[in-house]
Write a protein that binds this ligand. Structure first.
Ligand code: SF4
Ligand code: SF4
Length: 240
């Protein structure tokens, strides 16, 4: 059975000029959403990627939705009525920072889906410095300016295939800062906070004990897990 470790990388460590967002698993993201007064903001990438529309529709069952960047069209076609579709993301951020727009006054968590990465990075930086709300990015790329961001890369480890040769440890690029990967008595130990996701350990593992997943396939899988976690938690709570 392969075990998956989420790696918080998409930016090189030298590019990080802020405290890094906490890299969260789908289950952790579900807990954060359910313990907050969350609002979902969708963006224009929904027009380019159908699967984001599917997930936005499902997420709208758990929190109100604000559509920006013309993302309202596919959502309304699927029966979702956004709180508003008239404002840009820039306007919404100003409303949050001013605290003057009633629908957002009680909100303490803003969840983002389908926003262009560079634009979202700027928005998150502004919210971090000029508001009290927490932010959670559900987009494909790790967003260091958020409070929480879904991981952008997952490392899959299967110790049954490992021979203990140590090649993965020898090629790891972060050795000067400490071992991001080590093999101790047949157990592969990874420190995600040191790993830069270069993939060298997987490339040099001749046994296929380490693999990487990233991009759209990982993103879909994580959003599916998030929905399952949200539905499961709600079902358990309802039952109680
Ligand atoms: S390179 Fe592969 S087989 Fe060798 S120790 Fe690392 S995980 Fe195990
Ligand atoms: S070699 Fe593997 S563990 Fe080391 S930084 Fe690269 S991906 Fe991470």
């Amino acid at each position: 059975m392969r075990r998956w470790i989420f790696i918080p990388r998409s930016y090189k460590p030298s590019e990080l000029q802020c405290d890094r967002a906490v890299c969260v698993t789908p289950a952790e993201a579900a807990d954060i959403i359910l313990s907050s007064r969350a609002v979902l903001i969708t963006g224009g990438l929904l027009l380019e990627r159908d699967y984001l529309v599917d997930f936005a529709v499902k997420l709208s069952e758990f929190m109100p939705l604000i559509a920006t960047g013309a993302s309202s069209k596919p959502l309304i076609e699927r029966g979702v009525e956004p709180l508003t579709k008239s404002f840009t993301l820039h306007h919404i951020v100003q409303f949050v920072e001013d605290g003057g727009w009633r629908p957002l006054r009680r909100c303490d968590l803003i969840v983002f889906l389908g926003i262009q990465p560079y634009y979202l990075s700027r928005v998150l930086s502004s919210l971090r410095h000029f508001s009290n709300v927490k932010t959670l990015s559900l987009d494909e790329f790790y967003q260091p300016n958020a409070d929480y961001s879904l991981s952008a890369i997952a490392m899959g480890i299967d110790e049954r295939l490992c021979s203990g040769c140590g090649d993965c440890v020898a090629v790891c690029r972060t050795m000067s800062k400490g071992l991001a990967i080590n093999v101790v008595r047949g157990k592969i130990i990874v420190r995600p906070e040191l790993c830069v996701g270069c993939g060298m350990c997987a490339d040099f593992c001749s046994r296929g004990a380490i693999v990487f997943e990233k991009g759209e396939s990982l993103h879909r899988r994580m959003l599916e897990e998030l929905i399952r976690a949200l539905e499961g938690t709600v079902a358990i709570r309802t039952h109680v």
